[in-house]
Design a protein around this ligand. Sequence first.
Ligand code: PLP
Length: 225
Amino acid sequence: MNIKDNLLHIQENIEQACKRSNRSADAVSIIAVTKYVSVETAKEAIAAGVHHIGENRDDGLLKKREEIGDEPTWHFIGSLQTRKVKNIIDKVDYIHSLDRISLAEEIHKRASGKIKCFIQVNVSGEESKHGMIPEQLEPFIKELEQFPSIEVVGLMTMAPFTEDKNIIRESFQLLRRLRDDVQALDLLYAPCSELSMGMSNDYEIAIEEGATFIRIGTSLVGKEF
Ligand SMILES: *Cc1c(COP(=O)(O)O)cnc(C)c1O
Protein backbone atom coordinates (compact mmCIF):
# COMPACT_ATOMS: atom_id res chain seq x y z
CA MET A 1 0.00 0.00 0.00
CA ASN A 2 1.45 3.33 -0.98
CA ILE A 3 -0.81 5.75 0.82
CA LYS A 4 0.74 8.83 -0.75
CA ASP A 5 -0.04 7.48 -4.24
CA ASN A 6 -3.54 6.45 -3.20
CA LEU A 7 -4.19 9.91 -1.83
CA LEU A 8 -2.95 11.62 -5.00
CA HIS A 9 -5.16 9.35 -7.08
CA ILE A 10 -8.21 10.09 -4.92
CA GLN A 11 -7.49 13.82 -4.98
CA GLU A 12 -7.33 13.68 -8.78
CA ASN A 13 -10.70 11.90 -8.89
CA ILE A 14 -12.16 14.47 -6.50
CA GLU A 15 -11.00 17.28 -8.77
CA GLN A 16 -12.55 15.63 -11.81
CA ALA A 17 -15.84 14.98 -10.02
CA CYS A 18 -15.88 18.60 -8.82
CA LYS A 19 -15.27 19.84 -12.36
CA ARG A 20 -18.13 17.73 -13.68
CA SER A 21 -20.47 19.20 -11.09
CA ASN A 22 -19.16 22.77 -11.06
CA ARG A 23 -17.90 22.61 -7.53
CA SER A 24 -14.67 23.71 -5.90
CA ALA A 25 -12.44 20.83 -4.80
CA ASP A 26 -11.82 22.77 -1.57
CA ALA A 27 -15.41 22.07 -0.59
CA VAL A 28 -14.71 18.34 -0.19
CA SER A 29 -12.82 16.96 2.83
CA ILE A 30 -11.40 13.45 2.92
CA ILE A 31 -11.87 11.49 6.12
CA ALA A 32 -9.39 8.60 6.22
CA VAL A 33 -11.27 5.70 7.79
CA THR A 34 -8.66 3.77 9.76
CA LYS A 35 -10.83 1.13 11.45
CA TYR A 36 -9.09 -1.74 9.63
CA VAL A 37 -5.52 -0.50 9.94
CA SER A 38 -2.85 -0.01 12.59
CA VAL A 39 -1.82 3.18 14.33
CA GLU A 40 1.31 3.20 12.18
CA THR A 41 -0.71 3.16 8.98
CA ALA A 42 -2.97 5.91 10.28
CA LYS A 43 0.15 7.96 10.99
CA GLU A 44 1.31 7.34 7.43
CA ALA A 45 -1.96 8.73 6.12
CA ILE A 46 -1.47 11.87 8.19
CA ALA A 47 2.11 12.21 6.96
CA ALA A 48 0.78 11.92 3.40
CA GLY A 49 -1.47 14.92 4.00
CA VAL A 50 -4.74 13.65 5.46
CA HIS A 51 -6.30 15.98 8.07
CA HIS A 52 -9.34 13.96 9.14
CA ILE A 53 -9.42 10.52 10.74
CA GLY A 54 -12.58 8.40 11.13
CA GLU A 55 -13.09 5.44 13.46
CA ASN A 56 -16.23 3.44 14.10
CA ARG A 57 -15.50 1.96 17.53
CA ASP A 58 -14.74 3.65 20.81
CA ASP A 59 -11.71 1.48 21.62
CA GLY A 60 -10.17 1.98 18.17
CA LEU A 61 -10.65 5.71 18.35
CA LEU A 62 -9.27 6.04 21.85
CA LYS A 63 -6.19 3.95 21.10
CA LYS A 64 -5.35 5.87 17.93
CA ARG A 65 -6.02 9.25 19.43
CA GLU A 66 -3.86 8.39 22.43
CA GLU A 67 -0.90 7.68 20.15
CA ILE A 68 -1.52 10.20 17.39
CA GLY A 69 -2.72 13.17 19.41
CA ASP A 70 -5.21 15.86 18.53
CA GLU A 71 -3.59 17.27 15.40
CA PRO A 72 -5.98 15.59 12.96
CA THR A 73 -9.71 16.18 13.27
CA TRP A 74 -11.36 13.12 14.83
CA HIS A 75 -14.63 11.72 13.49
CA PHE A 76 -16.74 9.03 15.10
CA ILE A 77 -18.51 7.38 12.16
CA GLY A 78 -19.92 4.13 13.56
CA SER A 79 -23.19 3.39 15.24
CA LEU A 80 -22.83 4.66 18.79
CA GLN A 81 -24.16 2.80 21.79
CA THR A 82 -25.53 5.14 24.42
CA ARG A 83 -23.32 3.67 27.15
CA LYS A 84 -20.18 4.38 25.07
CA VAL A 85 -20.85 8.10 24.73
CA LYS A 86 -18.96 9.01 27.88
CA ASN A 87 -15.82 7.28 26.58
CA ILE A 88 -15.54 9.29 23.40
CA ILE A 89 -17.37 12.54 23.99
CA ASP A 90 -14.27 14.61 24.83
CA LYS A 91 -12.15 12.83 22.24
CA VAL A 92 -14.02 13.54 19.01
CA ASP A 93 -14.61 16.61 16.91
CA TYR A 94 -17.58 15.19 14.99
CA ILE A 95 -20.12 12.43 15.58
CA HIS A 96 -21.64 11.16 12.31
CA SER A 97 -24.22 8.76 13.70
CA LEU A 98 -26.82 10.62 15.75
CA ASP A 99 -30.03 8.70 15.05
CA ARG A 100 -32.20 8.66 18.17
CA ILE A 101 -33.33 10.90 21.00
CA SER A 102 -31.88 8.70 23.75
CA LEU A 103 -28.47 9.18 22.16
CA ALA A 104 -28.97 12.96 21.86
CA GLU A 105 -29.93 13.06 25.52
CA GLU A 106 -26.78 11.22 26.56
CA ILE A 107 -24.53 13.36 24.34
CA HIS A 108 -26.05 16.48 25.86
CA LYS A 109 -25.67 15.13 29.38
CA ARG A 110 -21.99 14.23 28.94
CA ALA A 111 -20.83 17.10 26.74
CA SER A 112 -18.73 19.87 28.20
CA GLY A 113 -19.22 22.10 25.15
CA LYS A 114 -20.90 22.08 21.77
CA ILE A 115 -20.72 18.76 19.92
CA LYS A 116 -20.87 18.78 16.13
CA CYS A 117 -23.23 16.05 15.01
CA PHE A 118 -24.42 14.62 11.74
CA ILE A 119 -27.83 13.01 11.73
CA GLN A 120 -27.61 9.57 10.16
CA VAL A 121 -30.38 8.89 7.69
CA ASN A 122 -31.26 5.51 6.23
CA VAL A 123 -32.02 6.59 2.68
CA SER A 124 -32.21 3.08 1.26
CA GLY A 125 -34.67 1.60 3.72
CA GLU A 126 -32.41 -1.46 4.08
CA GLU A 127 -33.07 -3.00 7.45
CA SER A 128 -29.41 -3.68 8.11
CA LYS A 129 -28.63 0.02 7.92
CA HIS A 130 -28.66 2.36 10.88
CA GLY A 131 -30.21 5.77 10.79
CA MET A 132 -33.68 7.16 10.75
CA ILE A 133 -36.13 7.02 7.90
CA PRO A 134 -36.47 10.29 5.98
CA GLU A 135 -39.98 10.94 7.31
CA GLN A 136 -38.66 11.05 10.89
CA LEU A 137 -35.96 13.59 10.17
CA GLU A 138 -37.80 16.88 10.54
CA PRO A 139 -39.65 16.05 13.77
CA PHE A 140 -36.38 14.63 15.15
CA ILE A 141 -34.45 17.80 14.38
CA LYS A 142 -37.13 19.91 16.03
CA GLU A 143 -36.90 17.78 19.17
CA LEU A 144 -33.17 18.43 19.36
CA GLU A 145 -33.81 22.03 20.34
CA GLN A 146 -34.01 20.83 23.96
CA PHE A 147 -30.33 19.72 23.85
CA PRO A 148 -28.30 22.92 23.37
CA SER A 149 -24.93 21.09 23.32
CA ILE A 150 -25.87 19.47 20.04
CA GLU A 151 -25.08 21.33 16.85
CA VAL A 152 -26.53 19.66 13.78
CA VAL A 153 -23.81 20.32 11.21
CA GLY A 154 -25.21 18.06 8.50
CA LEU A 155 -26.62 14.73 7.40
CA MET A 156 -24.83 11.43 6.91
CA THR A 157 -25.76 8.29 5.03
CA MET A 158 -24.44 5.03 3.66
CA ALA A 159 -25.55 4.17 0.13
CA PRO A 160 -27.50 0.97 -0.42
CA PHE A 161 -25.54 -2.19 -1.08
CA THR A 162 -25.90 -2.46 -4.85
CA GLU A 163 -23.89 -2.27 -8.06
CA ASP A 164 -26.57 -0.06 -9.60
CA LYS A 165 -25.04 3.40 -9.82
CA ASN A 166 -28.40 5.03 -10.45
CA ILE A 167 -29.80 3.71 -7.20
CA ILE A 168 -26.69 4.91 -5.38
CA ARG A 169 -26.96 8.33 -7.00
CA GLU A 170 -30.66 8.62 -6.12
CA SER A 171 -29.91 7.89 -2.48
CA PHE A 172 -27.32 10.69 -2.40
CA GLN A 173 -29.73 13.03 -4.15
CA LEU A 174 -32.34 12.26 -1.52
CA LEU A 175 -29.92 13.04 1.30
CA ARG A 176 -29.10 16.35 -0.33
CA ARG A 177 -32.77 17.28 -0.66
CA LEU A 178 -33.31 16.40 2.99
CA ARG A 179 -30.33 18.57 3.91
CA ASP A 180 -31.76 21.48 1.92
CA ASP A 181 -35.12 21.04 3.70
CA VAL A 182 -33.47 21.18 7.11
CA GLN A 183 -31.45 24.24 6.12
CA ALA A 184 -34.65 25.94 5.05
CA LEU A 185 -35.99 25.57 8.60
CA ASP A 186 -33.33 28.14 9.52
CA LEU A 187 -32.70 26.79 13.01
CA LEU A 188 -29.78 28.27 14.92
CA TYR A 189 -28.79 24.90 16.40
CA ALA A 190 -29.07 23.15 13.01
CA PRO A 191 -27.13 25.00 10.29
CA CYS A 192 -26.96 21.63 8.53
CA SER A 193 -24.66 22.67 5.71
CA GLU A 194 -22.63 19.46 5.43
CA LEU A 195 -23.22 16.15 3.66
CA SER A 196 -21.21 13.15 4.88
CA MET A 197 -21.62 10.62 2.07
CA GLY A 198 -19.43 8.55 -0.23
CA MET A 199 -17.01 5.71 0.55
CA SER A 200 -14.28 3.91 -1.45
CA ASN A 201 -16.65 2.62 -4.10
CA ASP A 202 -19.01 5.53 -4.54
CA TYR A 203 -17.31 8.76 -3.50
CA GLU A 204 -17.20 10.22 -7.00
CA ILE A 205 -20.98 9.95 -7.33
CA ALA A 206 -21.36 11.38 -3.83
CA ILE A 207 -19.24 14.40 -4.76
CA GLU A 208 -21.24 14.99 -7.93
CA GLU A 209 -24.32 15.06 -5.70
CA GLY A 210 -22.86 17.50 -3.18
CA ALA A 211 -20.83 15.57 -0.57
CA THR A 212 -18.69 17.82 1.65
CA PHE A 213 -17.13 14.96 3.66
CA ILE A 214 -16.24 11.65 2.04
CA ARG A 215 -15.27 8.70 4.25
CA ILE A 216 -12.58 6.59 2.59
CA GLY A 217 -11.09 3.45 4.08
CA THR A 218 -9.97 0.62 1.83
CA SER A 219 -8.92 2.55 -1.26
CA LEU A 220 -6.82 4.98 0.77
CA VAL A 221 -5.24 3.07 3.65
CA GLY A 222 -6.11 -0.53 2.77
CA LYS A 223 -7.28 -3.25 5.12
CA GLU A 224 -4.87 -4.95 7.50
CA PHE A 225 -7.30 -6.68 9.84
C1 PLP B 1 -15.89 1.49 7.07
C2 PLP B 1 -16.67 2.69 6.81
C3 PLP B 1 -16.34 3.56 5.75
C4 PLP B 1 -15.20 3.31 4.78
O1 PLP B 1 -15.47 2.23 3.95
P1 PLP B 1 -14.55 1.85 2.69
O2 PLP B 1 -15.47 1.15 1.77
O3 PLP B 1 -13.46 0.98 3.20
O4 PLP B 1 -14.05 3.12 2.10
C5 PLP B 1 -17.12 4.70 5.61
N1 PLP B 1 -18.15 4.98 6.43
C6 PLP B 1 -18.50 4.17 7.45
C7 PLP B 1 -19.65 4.53 8.31
C8 PLP B 1 -17.77 3.00 7.66
O5 PLP B 1 -18.13 2.19 8.68
